[in-house]
Design a protein around this ligand. Structure first.
Ligand code: ZN
Length: 151
């Protein structure tokens, strides 16, 4: 099911491989002295520009920012809001690394129909869409829906 819904994001196998590789390269820059859980992300924008990110932790633990959000915030701050795909990389060998709930919501802000590559260190990946990762979600359109008048 996941394979068919987001088969390629319009990317070639080569482009997907490059994106996955870049996510693992970005992981090398992770600042994760507290969790020792390194994460990298690589975001492919509509025009093909790639933004990478890593997790950035803090001695005040709750201030940590995930790799996926780092990459997305970098892109948005540079004027990009249309995304085709994001690859997420960690060090877990046995499973494809999935994004946390906060990152799913931040991805969803920019649409449900774009691709997320959950990867392993061997560069294999599982393909899903943002909508599959966050079904029945709340997004920008919901703010403009009719509301009952105040009571
Ligand atoms: Zn996250």
């Amino acid at each position: 099911m996941a394979e068919k819904s987001a088969a390629s994001a319009g990317l070639t196998d080569e482009q997907i491989h490059e994106l996955v590789q870049k996510s693992h390269q970005a992981k090398q820059r992770a600042y994760a002295p507290y969790s020792n859980f390194r994460v990298g992300a690589a975001l492919h924008t509509e025009d093909g520009t790639i933004f990478t990110g890593c997790n950035v932790e803090n001695s005040s633990y709750s201030l940590a920012c995930c790799a996926e959000r780092t990459a997305i915030f970098k892109a948005v701050s540079e004027g990009y809001k249309s995304f085709r795909a994001i690859a997420i990389a960690g060090d877990v060998e046995s499973e494809f690394l999935a994004p946390c709930g906060s990152c799913r919501q931040v991805m969803r802000e920019f649409g449900t129909d774009w691709t997320v590559y959950l990867t392993k260190p061997d560069l294999s990946y599982r393909t899903m869409t943002v909508g599959e990762l966050l079904p029945c979600s709340f997004g920008p359109d919901d703010l403009n829906k009719p509301k009952v008048k105040g009571q």
